[in-house]
Unconditional design. Structure first.
Length: 132
């Protein structure tokens, strides 16, 4: 059962729905940024969280960058039908963008340790990506 209290936050007597605030207003009201919408380069309104997922590659990186709990972000995505960088519902970390970048960096001659540091993943992850 979906609890309606999970789908609104209060500001005074006003009930705020997710994705109804601009990033600027969310910051001003001290609301979590993942409740805000963002405007894409082509002028479309989308979730701030989806934009940051595309930019940073996975929920763990977004959580680390902004000080949120990864599980809170994942639950928010599920509850509100948001998509991860793969275009599917949130399930776990999605590193496919970083994996492509790892191949590019390897071709430039970077070591696996340097790639891992640059992409903010473990060296074991880089080894697994590049083993094929």
């Amino acid at each position: 059962m979906n609890d309606p209290r999970l789908n609104t936050l209060s500001h005074g007597s006003e009930a705020i729905k997710p994705l109804s605030l601009s990033v600027k207003k969310a910051k001003k009201l001290k609301f979590p940024l993942y409740w805000a919408y963002a405007i894409t380069d082509d002028g479309e309104k989308t979730s701030w969280l989806e934009v940051e997922l595309w930019r940073l590659g996975n929920l763990r990186a977004v959580a680390r960058e902004y000080g949120y709990n990864e599980h809170t972000l994942r639950d928010f995505m599920r509850r509100h039908g948001l998509k991860n960088a793969h275009g599917s519902m949130a399930r776990g970390s999605s590193n496919w963008l970083k994996q492509g970048e790892a191949f590019r960096l390897e071709e430039q001659g970077l070591s696996k340790a340097e790639i891992a540091q640059r992409l903010n993943v473990s060296t074991v992850t880089v080894w697994r990506w590049l083993k094929d």
